[in-house]
Write a protein that binds this ligand. Structure first.
Ligand code: ATP
Ligand code: MG
Length: 432
């Protein structure tokens, strides 16, 4: 039986007879020669059919369309002029699946590509991004396991909310209407630290984001951690450690993909090597004023434009801490030295990409939590299970959530978050 190897392995071998299989990525020809660029998951290679060797089958070869799947055997050799430096002279072939005229060709609109997302996944751009995405997921898992965290799972159908009611997705749960898709695992994670102490997850989160921005999806993958006994700083150190690990893994494993996307891996190196910038919210306002000529009124959250300007000043992530209480969630610990601010932080990716992690130390005082829930108009009865975390052997604890697609957007230097996920979901799009 023929042993098929990947295109990359065939090129690594570099000479002699090889058998490869894949899809026709490009094709062109004359009545004597047919050139195809064959693609598999590993790479592309130029393949040449000579008519004199396939006189009887020339019709089939001549009609090979883009995206036909084929299996080829031939002699591989170095060829400087070929797109990936090698070329295969075909001696034998088999067409596995013919292709209709492929709808995607050059220069099509963003809308058209979104309608044909299932086909666009075959583009070299998407293949590169999805490979990096795979590395990122693996790196997150690896980091937390290495640091002694247990993987833990919260329900997705939830009946309490903690990131603001405005962007909840309700579901009809057997006629009951107070059920919605989780925006975060947090309220279901905190109860678990009493058993497991250090936990993490990578799970979808759902937010009915009504604004069109380049960094919001309605369904995104959320890497979250929660840790018992931790101080605010310890939690932040884990966030920094995690990002360094992710970037290190991607730079090690995906140089080729990064370069193909126009991202020089060197630009990511400071994140691996240098400490991140840490500043308070007050410092951030001062820097925005002095260096960016932007005035933010104290008490307002940093908007996308401000995060953009601020992070363009740095080549490593910026960690902003001590935000005003009003702009942050009810569960964040009030700073004992200044009750106007909380021990909450956002990690902002450099070069204008903005928030990638939101984290905090969790408020230990049950009365403060109750007051803030009431102020937010929440029904305390619904939170009883959560409030139990502060009744039975409460300990200081902290945690964060990282938006996986936001991190990929930054790593791949993309303008929009949509291309970081196979089938992006936004307010306007939920198909295909
Ligand atoms: P933003 O202010 O950008 O909407 P947020 O403050 O609502 O973010 P958190 O509630 O702190 O975000 O969520 C934790 C992390 O999840 C964020 O730091 C971000 O990386 C990611 N995230 C939040 N909302 C979205 C979204 N709609 N699409 C993709 N990622 C998101
Ligand atoms: Mg939000």
């Amino acid at each position: 039986m023929t042993q098929y190897i990947s295109i990359q392995k065939a090129m690594d071998k570099g000479s002699g007879k090889v058998s490869i299989r894949g899809w026709v990525h490009r094709e062109r020809g004359s009545n004597k020669l047919k050139f195809i660029t064959l693609r598999d998951s590993s790479n592309v290679i130029q393949c040449i059919f000579e008519r004199q060797n396939f006189e009887k089958l020339w019709g089939d070869i001549d009609h090979l369309q883009v995206e036909s799947s084929i299996m080829l055997t031939g002699e591989i050799k170095k060829e400087k002029r070929a797109p990936t430096g090698y070329e295969l002279h075909v001696t034998d072939f088999q067409i596995v699946g013919k292709s209709d005229k492929f709808p995607i060709s050059k220069d099509q609109s963003v809308e058209f590509l979104a309608d044909n997302r299932h086909l666009w996944l075959r583009s070299l751009k998407m293949i590169a991004i999805l490979k990096i995405r795979s590395t990122v997921f693996g790196a997150i898992d690896e980091y937390f396991k290495k640091e002694g965290f247990y993987e833990y799972h919260s329900p997705i159908f939830q009946a309490v909310q903690c990131e603001g009611g405005a962007d909840l997705f309700s579901v009809d749960y057997f006629g009951k209407k107070d059920v919605f898709l989780g925006q975060t695992w947090q309220l279901y994670a905190e109860p678990a630290i009493f058993g497991l102490e250090k936990i993490y997850t990578i799970s979808p989160s759902f937010r009915a984001e009504k604004s069109k921005t380049s960094r919001h999806l309605t369904e995104y993958w959320h890497a979250e951690m929660e840790i018992a006994w931790a101080t605010f700083d310890e939690m932040i150190n884990y966030g920094e450690g995690l990002l360094k690990h992710i970037i290190k893994k991607v730079v090690e494993s995906n140089t080729k993909e990064l370069e193909s996307l126009g991202r020089d891996p060197k630009e990511l190196e400071p994140t691996i090597k240098k400490p991140f910038i840490r500043m308070t919210y007050d410092d951030a306002l001062k820097i925005l004023k002095d260096k960016c000529k932007m005035t933010v009124q104290w008490g307002k959250d940093l908007r996308t434009v401000e995060e953009e300007k601020l992070t363009k000043l740095y080549n490593v992530p910026v960690i902003v801490t001590h935000y005003p209480k009003e702009v942050k969630a009810f569960y964040m610990t009030e700073d004992p030295d200044n009750s106007k601010v909380v021990w909450g932080c956002d990690f902002l990716a450099p070069e204008g990409h903005g928030e990638i992690i939101g984290g905090s130390h969790r408020e230990p005082d049950i009365d403060k939590i109750k007051k803030r829930l009431r102020d937010d108009g929440e029904k305390l009865e619904e939170y009883e299970f959560y409030l139990d975390t502060r009744k039975y052997g409460s300990v200081p604890h902290a945690g964060f959530g990282l938006g996986v697609e936001r991190v990929i957007k930054w790593i791949c230097k993309l303008d929009n978050i949509k291309d970081t996920i196979p089938f992006p979901r936004t307010m306007e799009r939920y198909k295909p």
